[in-house]
Design a protein around this ligand. Sequence first.
Ligand code: IMP
Ligand code: MG
Length: 172
Amino acid sequence: MEEKVNVLISEEEVDKRIKEMASELSRKYKGSTVHMIGILKGSIMFLSELSKHMTVPVTMDFMAVSSYGNGTSSSGQVNLKLDLSVDIEGRDVVVVEDILDSGRTLSYVVELLKSRNPETLKVVTLLDKPDRRVVPVELEMTGFEIPDRFVVGYGLDYAEKYRNLPYIGALD
Ligand code: IMP
Ligand code: MG
């Protein structure tokens, strides 16, 4: 069955905003190397587009986590499924994520990474749904704040579909 996808943020708007984010991040990290950590799989498109426009040196690594229970259940537990390939001690780490929703995933990731003694640790997301927050997460930067709607595209999926769309669409 095909769902109907309505464009919420166009390809042009997304690309323009990511370029702005890359220049702001490059300014903030002038003189250092940014170690970007992408959370699989949702962050892949955002991470590649963001990193393409960075003007400081960038290194990359990835991790995968799974959350059990949906965003509305109170027991939503997060587990590590794939760990990083290199040590982050002493590095300037930027966690790159597709969307901040309940906050469970990112608060788990931030706590885990903090315990490994990076020099600095910041979080950037392409999207933020502030109305859905259950656990607070401090963001360095976000692309767009969006209302409480289920979105797909630019890495985000519905049952593994639509990650490849070059825009953000709403399923409704
Ligand atoms: P959180 O732990 O509730 O903040 O959830 C974050 C994860 O849930 C994201 O990394 C996404 O994989 C997924 N997610 C949350 N909202 C959406 C959405 O609107 N569309 C697709 N995936 C979503
Ligand atoms: Mg995700």
